[in-house]
Design a protein around this ligand. Structure first.
Ligand code: TRP
Length: 358
């Protein structure tokens, strides 16, 4: 049996670079699909890590789909009480950073509302083995991180459902971080096996490609782990200016007075410099030089000011959107209806090639 997770990071990186240059010359040939779990509000790690790239691709003229993966939330937590609220908050975050469904035809929708997408899961499950699902490195890590002893089938199966998220609209550009690569390899395998087994090698599903994000890993303000809502180390798009200042004031640094960019030996200070550099679009080394012997006090005050300035228009837009819940609903409803139309056509094609029409 082939090993679907063996394809190297270098190979994916090479494909990704080629894809990036094709996107610039022929944006109309591609369809971007990205997704998030609706687990809460987005923070600046999301902003610099993926949202900005989505806006960039959208504005290049690439048609973009954003899946709100509400079923995926159920794989590792009992969070269904707040899913509906989180879907709306996520949508507000998207719109506040410049995702524009009306103008750019970007489609935002929760996948639980697209029955024809979900139905693809059944034939797809016949194209992979239990052993392959068992071996998925990202799933293995999530199982370890969850600390659960009894793992539900949904945990093993969600990457196949993710293939349905991607393939229902024949998405061919999937901007992802490294942790999502195994899922993407699985989606590529499912597309290929579907075409071979059911479609006499006709290309019903194109093999989706990963567009690897260039952005560096953004640590939380504690400097030691990834920025994350649950670790209380994140500046949210929705945080107030005062909350932002307070969080930065508490952030960890070191006692060295001269500020230098040295991620290996000074991870906390370097992470704060990195955040300034992302917002100011200047190199972190240059910013460190400018601060010189100003110490962490100066570093923190520059970061607070820079971030609050940078987030000002986003937060203003966010406030406006928060006061217009009808508009948020409308965005989601039209996203759902467009996604359903596409999913219905794909399911029809799938039934045809699978000889299931009556
Ligand atoms: N698994 C992704 C995450 O945890 C979310 C996701 C769901 C996704 N469906 C997708 C990502 C399709 C890319 C494509 O972040």
């Amino acid at each position: 049996m082939e090993d679907i997770y063996i394809s190297t990071f270098e190979a994916a990186q090479e494909r990704s670079l080629k894809l990036e240059s094709n996107l610039l010359t022929h944006p109309e040939k591609f369809r971007v699909l990205t997704g998030d779990r609706p687990t809460g509000k987005l923070h600046i790690g999301h902003l610099f890590g993926s949202l900005q790239n989505r806006v960039r691709l959208q504005n290049l003229g690439v048609q973009s789909f954003i899946v709100i993966a509400d079923y995926q939330v159920l794989t590792d937590r009992e969070a269904f009480e707040s899913i509906s609220e989180n879907i709306k908050e996520l949508t507000i975050d998207y719109l506040s950073v410049g995702i524009e469904p009306k103008k750019n035809k970007t489609i935002i929708f929760p996948h639980s509302h697209i029955p024809e997408l979900n139905q693809l899961l059944l034939p797809f499950l016949t194209l992979v083995t239990n052993a392959e699902l068992d071996r998925n490195p990202t799933v293995k890590e999530e199982i370890l991180a969850s600390g659960l002893k009894k793992i539900k089938a949904g945990m093993y199966i969600y990457p196949v459902h993710q293939a349905a998220d991607i393939l229902f609209c024949k998405g061919n550009v999937i901007p992802v971080g490294k942790d999502q690569l195994p899922h993407l390899e699985l989606s590529r395998t499912i597309a290929r096996r579907f075409n071979e087994k059911f479609a006499k090698n006709k290309s019903v599903f194109p093999e989706p490609q990963a567009l690897l994000s260039k952005s560096p890993v953004i640590l939380g303000l504690d400097g030691s782990q990834k920025m994350s809502k649950s670790r209380n180390n994140a500046v949210f798009l929705s945080s107030t200016e005062d909350e932002t200042v307070a969080l930065i004031k508490k952030s960890k640094t070191d006692s060295e007075r001269v500020i230098t960019y040295d991620p290996t030996n000074r991870p906390e200070v370097s992470n704060l410099l990195l955040l300034i550099s992302l917002a100011q679009e200047k190199s972190p080394e240059l910013i460190a030089e400018e601060i010189g012997d100003g110490g962490s006090g100066k570093l923190k005050s520059i970061l607070s000011e820079t971030l609050n300035e940078y987030l000002k228009p986003i937060r203003k837009k966010r406030k406006e959107l928060e006061s217009n819940p009808d508009y948020i609903k409308e965005v989601l409803h039209s996203g759902i209806s467009e996604a359903r139309e596409i999913a219905t056509n794909t399911l029809k094609e799938v039934r045809q090639v699978m000889n299931m029409e009556i």
